[in-house]
Each structure stands twice: as C-alpha cells, then as structure tokens.
Design a protein. Structure first.
Length: 133
C-alpha cells in the first residue's frame, strides 16, 4: 500500500506538489528538487526525489527512488529490481553493468525507467523514472 496515499501527476508544478504534501514530510533540497520518504509500488519503502525541468518554474519530469542508508547494496538492488519488475514488467533492455550488477532499462511510450549501479566515490545505485514532456 502506498504511503502517503497521494497521486502526483506528471507535469505538476512545484507549488502544486508542495500543496499535495502539506500534511506530510516533503523536504525542499534545492530549486527544482524535493524529497520525501514513502512506500510506493506496493511495498517499496525508500526515499523519493521529485525533479523539475526547468529547475525554476518547471514541471515534474523525473522521479528518483533511493535509500539514504545503503548498508546492503545487493539486498537493496534486488528489492528495487523486484518492485520495478512487478510494477512495470520485464525490462526492455538488460546489459552488464558496474560492480557486478546489471543495468536495466524500460521504455514505455514516452517514459524511460532505469535501474543501475555506477561507481561514484564507490558503487551507487540509481533508480529513476523520467517522462519526456
């Protein structure tokens, strides 16, 4: 079950997002970027980042799913991958990635979903959904 139970539309403006989350913990990180902690895609508990393009007076065009503390990267990667496969089906493309993990990509209409690990000061997991408005 999603928690908080809020539906956020693609293309929403920043002020509308803030209003939707007025009763919940939404952190303004920087211009065009907010985060919250939530449960989404059925049972995936993680941090969720909202990216706006352009960064000033922009529209929501990307969601970033991540963990603030990632002590067990293999377990985290498997949990994210299972949640995304359950929600979106099998990936469109799979290729060998970094640090022993595959890179996964889904293309669904004008939406691209990616899940991969890359080395940036050590292995870092990235799980993002981006729409091309």
């Amino acid at each position: 079950m999603d928690d908080p139970n809020i539906f956020v539309s693609w293309g929403i403006g920043e002020q509308n997002l803030v209003e939707l989350f007025k009763e919940h913990n939404l952190k303004h990180v920087t211009t065009g970027y907010y985060t919250t902690t939530c449960t989404s895609l059925g049972s995936l508990t993680c941090a969720l980042g909202f990216h706006f393009e352009p960064r000033t007076n922009g529209r929501l065009n990307e969601l970033e799913f991540f963990r603030r503390n990632n002590d067990d990267q293999k377990k985290s990667f498997e949990e994210f991958q299972t949640s995304f496969v359950n929600a979106f089906g099998k990936p469109t493309n799979i290729r060998k990635g970094d640090a022993g993990f595959n890179d996964y990509r889904w293309i669904i209409g004008g939406v691209q979903i990616v899940h991969f690990v890359f080395d940036r000061f050590g292995p870092e997991e990235h799980t993002r959904i981006k729409i091309y408005l």
